[in-house]
Design a protein around this ligand. Structure first.
Ligand code: FAD
Ligand code: TPP
Ligand code: MG
Length: 570
């Protein structure tokens, strides 16, 4: 069957099971849009191409499948860069399709010509320019395989306009990927495996560091069996949250810069760390010279390049987390470790007294209250998509996720503006889910134009703005490390509720703790999207905090009197 390149692209995407494409049109991609109109694919018109990439990313993170974003050449493609980098740093499978000027014009500085494969080389897992219609089906097929195999990541396919317009024979079954033959999975190194088993069974103070790779691998069941078999305690990275139920007594919570104090102390006191699908990010380790000095380390990781990159390990098990855990499982001996358990209980007790939740209602509205109430009111069952900043850390601390892929957040790049579009993507992926955006007043202003996408697509996404009047996380650093010189962090914002109304979305404002639950409940009950502007304490800080470069146990703790000075009302 002879089709145009644009039609071949649309048919190929259908063959690959794609249902939704997040995109924005323009001259160099117009032939594809023309074909899209005749296809079964649902195109979601975004308001900015950055939004399209975050939506595709949110879609991918909510499902584990590939998310697809589309844009025109030049500025359309460059607007995608932040979203592509965000997906790259968090190993998210996104395929971006961009239009490119005609192949004869390449290199001539033609209108809206930009070398997007050159630009995105370091931030894609793979990218490619296609100049012939007959190469489109195979290339797109390869893009999907590469994006979502091994360690996932973004792939960009740049298609010249003439390739979209030319006709070619389309035979899906004949369009086979030309990828290097899949290496036969090397069996685990026997020496490493034996050493790991020996370490696992002889440890007195073991601790698992559970990461995003567990979810990517779909290893949740194998992981749970492994944890139970060894009665290991579990600490999670930010991106690992959800891989093991928060309400399980063996789950200690998040590690790292804003992790729970007892978790960080447990890491420093452990005699064995078992890292599973996590990459020892510097937000997790603090000063590497003093990191977990008394612990031997096992690293279960699919990407060999991660082994001994930041932390030197004693046993490296390179492979898919699920397969490795299944191999280890029969060898794990159940141990009673009363002394270690008692030590952890003791450390937890010490922290609870500082918890803001334990304090009487003083009339102050803390972000922690809002997030904890959101958790209670949604029964912990919502998909929460956060932005970047203090609210992101409070979400990680006060919303207790029991299920995988229910916290979607930008960890590695820490991209402000991620939450609203990523939540839209998650909603398309999981239409039945209760999707909540938890976002700061700063980050919201970066991509708030996507409110219009919500309205145009008639979807329901609830939005909780944690409005502290500051670029709060940066203000916190200025408070702690720059003698409270708040340069460029106080932030003027529009009346968010009125703004929502202007877009055709219901807007609410909450200023007191007593109104939090009822407003959340009403928002959940509403058929339409609701935006709630929570006016929270302006100068609260996230505790604990490991200052950048400090040792993991050197945490700044919440003062015993947590009431903060409230900045005067404007
Ligand atoms: C403001 C801010 C503060 C932060 N504070 C903290 C903090 O306090 N604590 C914290 O934990 N994080 C924090 N982060 C996030 C941090 O920067 C990292 O993004 C996070 O620690 C990475 O978690 P990860 O290693 O589990 O996931 P990723 O970075 O996604 O790494 C996943 C790893 O799993 C591997 N993998 C993938 N697939 C498989 C598979 N099938 N089998 C085995 N392995 C696989 C990958 O190769 C990779 O090495 C913060 C981020 C921001 C923006
Ligand atoms: C695109 C981008 N620019 C700058 C930063 C640096 N940064 C990290 S957190 C933060 C403040 C976020 O403020 P807000 O969205 O209001 O959230 P809050 O910390 O107040 O909860 C900034 C500016 C970033 N992470 N991303
Ligand atoms: Mg803020």
């Amino acid at each position: 069957m002879k089709l145009t390149g644009a039609e071949i692209l649309c048919q190929s995407l259908e063959h690959l099971g794609v249902k939704h494409i997040f995109g924005y049109p323009g001259g160099a991609i117009l032939p594809v849009y023309d074909a899209l109109g005749k296809s079964k694919l649902h195109h979601i018109l975004v308001r900015h191409e950055q939004g399209a990439t975050h939506m595709a990313d949110g879609y991918a993170r909510a499902t584990g499948g590939v998310g697809v974003a589309m844009a025109t050449s030049g500025p359309g493609a460059t607007n995608m860069v932040t979203g592509i980098a965000t997906a790259m740093l968090d190993s998210s499978p996104v395929v971006c399709i961009t239009g490119q000027v005609g192949s004869k014009l390449l290199g001539s500085d033609a209108f809206q010509e930009i070398d997007i494969t050159g630009i995105t080389m370091p931030i894609t897992k793979h990218n490619v320019i296609v100049t012939h219609a007959e190469d489109i089906a195979r290339t797109v097929r390869e893009a999907f395989i590469i994006a979502n195999s091994g360690r996932p990541g973004p792939v960009l396919v740049d298609i010249t306009k003439d390739a979209q317009q030319a006709s070619a024979e389309f035979d899906w079954n004949a369009s086979l990927p030309k990828l290097p033959p899949k290496r036969v999975r090397p069996s685990l190194d026997k020496t490493e495996l034996d050493r790991a088993i020996e370490l696992l069974n002889s440890a007195k103070r073991p601790l698992i560091l559970a990461g995003h790779g567990i979810m990517i691998s779909g290893a949740m069941r194998a992981f749970e069996q492994f944890v139970r078999a060894g009665q290991f305690h579990v600490a999670m990275t930010l991106l690992g949250i959800g891989c093991f139920p928060a309400n399980d007594p063996l789950n200690l919570g998040m590690m790292g810069m804003h992790g729970e104090a007892w978790v960080n102390h447990a890491i420093q006191e452990a005699d064995l760390l078992i890292a599973v699908g996590m990459r020892f990010d510097d937000r997790v380790t603090g000063d590497l010279r003093t990191y977990a000095k008394s612990a031997r380390k096992i690293h279960i990781e699919i990407d060999r390049a991660e082994i001994n990159k930041n932390v030197k390990v004693d046993a490296a098990l390179v492979g898919d987390a699920r397969e490795v855990l299944e191999q280890l499982l029969p060898h794990i001996e159940k141990k009673e470790r009363a002394a270690w358990q008692n030590r952890i209980t003791e450390m937890k007790g010490d922290s609870a007294v500082r918890d803001i939740q334990s304090l009487p209602d003083t009339g102050h509205l803390y972000a922690a209250h809002v997030i904890n109430d959101l958790w209670k009111e949604t029964g912990g069952d919502a998909i929460v998509v956060t932005d970047v900043g203090q609210h992101q850390m409070w979400e990680a601390q006060y919303y207790h996720h029991n299920r995988p892929r229910t916290l979607i957040t930008s960890g590695g790049l820490g991209t402000m503006g991620f939450a609203l579009p990523a939540a839209i993507g998650a909603k398309f992926a999981k239409p039945e889910a209760d999707v909540w955006v938890v976002v700061g007043d700063g980050g919201f202003q970066m991509t708030m134009c996507e409110l219009a996408t919500i309205v145009q697509e008639k979807i329901k996404v609830n939005i909780a703005i944690i409005n502290n009047g500051y670029l709060g996380m940066v203000r916190q650093w200025q408070e702690f490390f720059y003698d409270k010189r708040y340069v460029a962090t106080p932030l003027v914002a529009p009346d968010f509720a009125a703004l929502a109304n202007a877009f055709g979305i219901r807007g609410e404002r909450v200023t007191s703790r007593g109104d939090v639950t009822s407003t959340i409940r009403a928002a959940r009950g509403s058929k339409e999207s609701v935006l709630i502007d929570f006016r929270v304490e302006q100068e609260d800080s996230v505790y604990p905090m490991v200052p950048a470069g400090a040792s993991l146990h050197e945490m700044i703790r919440r003062p015993h009197n947590p009431l903060v000075e409230t900045a005067a009302e404007p």
